[in-house]
Design a protein around this ligand. Structure first.
Ligand code: TXA
Ligand code: MG
Length: 322
């Protein structure tokens, strides 16, 4: 059975022992909760794919305590060095060439010659990696195709029957997953998944290729179209109205809608706040008795690109496309 422990130095030590024992630990990061295992051993990595019901061809992100540690396993391109300097520790994942002697489990990389790596800024994630002494491989702590989790309770509900220690670090601040960047080339980079670090932020540091915003085409192996989905409800995006039995998720000044449940991602139209609240509010409405979940238009700009991407995947494309 899964169980939650409050974070303290003892529970972090217990979690590190579990990881070194080949077992799994869910832990908070600044973006979403991660479902962690030792990155250097195949067996926990296979365990992660199994409990998540994740296809093993969809590789995982390895989490490190510092950029210096990262460069031991992957080759830093010139663009990667610049991005690491600018955004690590923080909500950015780099895809880079694995070193010949890289210790990252082949299974974690799904047999590719690249690996996804990240240095989280969350204090508990950082302490857990240091205490474990090796990188932690962790996808978002949700069953495959479910909503990503941003609180310990959300993780518990998804993994209740699995053998899992969940470190409770409170709600995640960023609320959506890290920006993923292919930085294998010295001179230019490609954004594979949008996040809170935006294209504009990245372009200040290196050249960004024309990327496929909100594309249906899988650009990272994990970018299946239907993703981040509520389990019980249809999601309708760009909704300016809704039915009396629907849930309505607003953004900005309150719209005049008649609905069963009303929530607002950010009454002050702050996209950072909207990202923080997105999965939590979708999750709450999914557990309610409302009919469908209707979501107001979100500006398609900056962090709004990532938010629209999540909503679009949750809706399976239902709603007005802008
Ligand atoms: O914020 C995050 O990134 C969270 C926290 C826990 O760190 N993790 C996360 O992991 O979102 P996950 O497994 O849900 O998403 C990882 C994505 C997948 O879409 C996967 O296909 C992609 O990273 N990926 C991993 N290795 C890759 C590689 N070598 N090349 C391209 N994409 C890769
Ligand atoms: Mg995920």
């Amino acid at each position: 059975m899964a169980f939650i422990l409050d974070c303290c130095s003892e529970s972090i030590k217990a979690a590190a022992c579990r990881l070194l024992d080949g077992r799994l630990v869910a832990f908070p990061t600044e973006t979403v909760y991660g479902l962690g295992g030792s990155a250097y051993t195949d067996q926990p990595v296979l365990g992660i794919y199994a409990v998540k019901n994740r296809p093993s061809r969809n590789p995982l992100i390895s989490h490190y305590a510092s950029a210096t540690d990262v460069w031991e396993d992957v080759v830093p391109s010139r663009s990667a060095l610049r991005l690491a300097e600018a955004f690590w520790p923080g909500p950015m994942t780099l895809v880079l060439k694995r070193r010949e002697y890289s210790r990252i489990s082949n299974k974690a990389c799904a047999g590719l010659d690249t690996a996804a790596v990240r240095v989280p800024i969350h204090e508990i994630a950082h302490k857990l990696i240091l205490e474990t002494g090796i990188p932690i491989v962790a996808p978002s702590a949700n069953k495959s195709t479910h909503l990503s989790t941003t609180t310990a309770e959300m993780v518990l509900n998804d993994f209740i029957y699995d053998d899992l220690l969940i470190l409770d670090g409170g709600p995640c601040k960023v609320g959506i997953e890290s920006t993923i960047i292919d930085a294998t080339d010295d001179n230019y980079v490609t954004i594979l998944r949008y996040g809170i670090i935006t294209e504009e932020d990245i372009a200040k540091v290196c050249n960004v290729t024309e990327s496929t915003k909100l594309s249906d085409k899988p650009i990272a192996p994990g970018m299946m179209f239907k993703h981040y989905s509520p389990q019980n409800h249809q999601v309708i995006m760009n909704a300016l109205e809704c039915g009396a039995n629907d849930g309505y998720i607003d953004f900005g000044p309150m719209k005049d809608v008649k609905c069963r449940i009303y929530r607002n991602l950010s009454p002050i139209s702050d996209l950072n706040e909207a990202a923080t609240n997105l999965f939590k509010i979708m999750y709450e409405l999914d557990a309610s008795d409302c009919k469908s979940i209707c979501i107001a238009p979100i500006p398609y700009d900056g962090i709004g690109i990532a938010i629209n991407d999540k909503i679009r995947r949750a809706s399976g494309g239902v709603g007005l496309l802008v």
